[in-house]
Design a protein around this ligand. Structure first.
Ligand SMILES: NC(=O)c1ccc[n+]([C@@H]2O[C@H](COP(=O)([O-])OP(=O)(O)OC[C@H]3O[C@@H](n4cnc5c(N)ncnc54)[C@H](OP(=O)(O)O)[C@@H]3O)[C@@H](O)[C@H]2O)c1
Length: 307
């Protein structure tokens, strides 16, 4: 297998895409940034080649993938509907390795389909595996858990710096594996520098695994002025309510499902189910060399919360 040097990142302008590009450039990969419009890529690093991609066009995809060793699917999950065309174009162009559109919770967990929200990713994975079996393209799925430092300032994490509260869903004892958002770059570099170690499998990367109750204590210990408090919310009814909203959104043709209340409710339920039914705690599966100490985690929290 030849060394991977040339990588195209699809969804280059996104939250994940930008960080993956920076990390790949730092690791001396030759990087091409792919997205819908060249104009939207003007703020990306000048060292990255930019190319516009029409995901629905096999020709456009094949042209973008020409001479690339690897493709990273860092786009919004809406684009996963084009997985069949993307995989076929990658095979036609002779791409060796594909990093799948994951970077999220454990989409390889046996019960995760129940949550509904990962359907585009699951469908994309089934298509990829069936094409890979026939044509031999290699792949890796990167699972990171929630990006805590990215989510806290957006008020979509369960930590509220202004009220000094941690929202505690259920008992608060469920452990959740999570990462700082730059993990997407660290993990992509690790995979592409040593693809044989990650061949055709899911790879788990997390900085830290912690429960909500432990977060209350950790934040209180870090805060010299005030104790943090739990804001307790029962989880009962979450799954049912989330499913109802999801079905209604399907009927209404909601496009931006990632930011819908249904997604939030079902995603939250998936993280805090008391029996780890959806694999939110994947600490035992984390790749060697990844994971940080409590002190390092506190430093990252400090930057995300108290800056
Ligand atoms: N673990 C976590 O906490 C977490 C948080 C957020 C996201 N994620 C995951 O990370 C991955 C990337 O998410 P992201 O937040 O980086 O995505 P994003 O910023 O919403 O979108 C990434 C890029 O995809 C392109 N795009 C968006 N909508 C599109 C559409 N309808 N059709 C075609 N292109 C579209 C856009 O690029 P162009 O317009 O330039 O093409 C956009 O910049 C996803 O798999 C997501 O599930 C995980």
């Amino acid at each position: 297998m030849k060394e991977i040097r040339k990588v195209i990142v699809l969804g280059a302008t996104g939250n994940v895409g930008q960080r993956v590009i920076s990390a790949l450039l730092k690791a001396s990969f030759h990087v091409t940034a792919g997205g819908r419009a060249l104009g939207s890529m003007s703020d990306l690093p000048s060292e990255a080649v930019k190319i516009s991609v029409d995901y629905g066009s096999p020709e456009s995809l094949k042209n973008a993938f020409h001479d690339q060793d690897a493709v990273i699917e860092a786009f919004n999950p809406n684009v996963a509907i084009f997985q069949e065309q993307i995989v076929q174009a990658a095979i036609d162009a002779g791409v060796q390795h594909l990093i799948t559109p994951d970077f999220s919770s454990d989409t390889f967990n046996e019960n995760v389909e129940e949550l509904l929200i990962f359907e585009p990713k699951l469908k994309a994975q089934r298509l990829l595996e069936s094409a890979a079996e026939k044509h031999g393209i290699n792949w890796t799925a990167i699972i990171t858990g929630p990006f805590f430092d990215w989510a806290i300032p957006r008020s979509i994490f369960w930590v509220n710096p202004s009220s000094k509260e941690v929202t505690v869903f259920g008992s608060g004892n469920q452990q959740v594996s999570m990462s700082a958002i730059d993990m997407v770059g660290r993990a992509s570099v690790a995979v592409l520098q040593n693809p044989v170690a990650f061949l055709n499998r899911v790879a788990y990367f997390a900085d830290y695994t912690v429960s909500s109750n432990e977060l209350v204590t950790t934040l209180s210990n870090m805060d010299t002025r005030e104790m943090w408090k739990p804001n307790e919310i029962p989880l009962s009814g979450f799954l049912q309510r989330g499913k109802e909203l999801w079905s209604q959104d399907t009927i209404d043709g909601v496009q931006d499902r990632l930011n819908s209340p249904a997604y939030q409710i079902l995603g939250t339920y998936g993280l805090f189910d008391e029996s780890n039914r959806y694999g939110a705690d994947f600490s035992k599966k984390v790749e060697e060399g990844f994971g940080i100490t409590l002190a390092e985690f506190q430093q990252m929290l400090q930057q995300a919360i108290f800056k």
